[in-house]
Design a protein around this ligand. Structure first.
Ligand SMILES: [Zn+2]
Length: 284
């Protein structure tokens, strides 16, 4: 798998490729080092789906064959190290709504119907529950508290990023489990980079409101014609810092989905004809 042609951010090495059972996936060594979670981020490789879903699609709702998607999950579980009956899936609609996942949620979104809607992030302190969120350019936010033994996993598109869902997730972990921000380990996962992410004025307006003016030059620049390039990675990092996380405890990915369209699903690169990638996080 090392021969796969990954395009990575120069001078940063936060994300690593692993392969088990013939299935490649990405991990953050900084989260592995905590020794208390199983985690991973899928790629397009190692699955059974075909066509625009080829091959490791984990979305049941984009038109792929259900049986193929189920087999993809089974393979990812075998590779990353989880059982699919323990999945608890988000119901992503670009909100900043969070759900506290409990024993009662085990299997929801995979073996059982979800009985909740509009949930873009999940937290839990139940060992063995596998939090799962879904992507094709949006930003996965992983949180691990090695002291209070709890985790969070949230999906941030531009709306969730402007709404600081990462900060909200950290705050919910404090409220529910007594987490101290300075103990939290965070990872900002594979997603679209600033060079690939062009947005219009109305989006930038939300970031001007959400972030202090002194950060604006590092968050976006104007290209002309009312178009801007937006840095979602830095915006999510700033939101974590605002929540009180230590800078050295925040890992920022070096992998852009849109720069690697043969290896990762990218909404922008595929013009919407694509499957979904999955982020998975479980407390051991
Ligand atoms: Zn890119």
């Amino acid at each position: 798998m090392e021969q796969l042609k990954w395009k990575k951010v120069k001078g940063r090495s936060s994300t690593e490729l692993r392969e088990r059972e013939g299935v490649p996936f990405l991990v953050f060594p900084s989260l592995e080092a905590a020794g208390m979670v199983v985690h991973g981020f899928s790629t397009r490789l190692g699955g059974v789906s075909e066509g625009i879903y080829s091959s490791m699609n984990v979305s049941f709702t984009r038109g792929d064959q259900e049986e193929a998607v189920r087999e993809n999950y089974r393979r990812l579980g075998a590779a990353i190290g989880f059982s699919c009956e323990n999945l608890v899936c988000s119901d992503q609609t670009h909100t900043t709504n969070l759900r506290v996942a409990t024993e009662e949620d085990r299997g929801k979104g995979f073996t059982r119907r979800k009985d909740y809607t509009d949930v873009d992030g999940l937290v839990t302190n139940v060992p063995g529950l596998v939090l799962a969120t879904f992507y094709a350019d949006c930003v996965p936010l992983y949180l691990v508290d090695p002291v209070r033994r709890c985790i969070g996993l949230s999906h941030a598109g531009w709306r969730g990023t402007a709404g600081k869902i990462g900060k909200k997730t950290a705050e919910l972990m404090t409220e529910q489990y007594g987490s101290r921000p300075e103990d939290l380990l965070a990872a900002i996962g594979p997603s679209i980079c600033q060079s690939c992410y062009e947005v219009s004025e109305d989006v930038i307006e939300k970031f001007r409101e959400a972030f202090d003016e002194r950060f604006h030059t590092e968050l976006f620049y104007e290209k002309g014609g009312g178009k801007y390039q937006l840095n979602l990675w830095r915006a999510n990092e700033l939101a974590f810092l605002e929540a009180g996380l230590r800078p050295e405890n925040i890992a920022v990915t070096d992998v852009c989905t849109c720069c690697n369209p043969a290896l990762l699903f990218s909404h922008r690169a595929s013009k919407g004809r694509r499957g979904n990638l999955g982020a998975f996080l479980m407390l051991k």
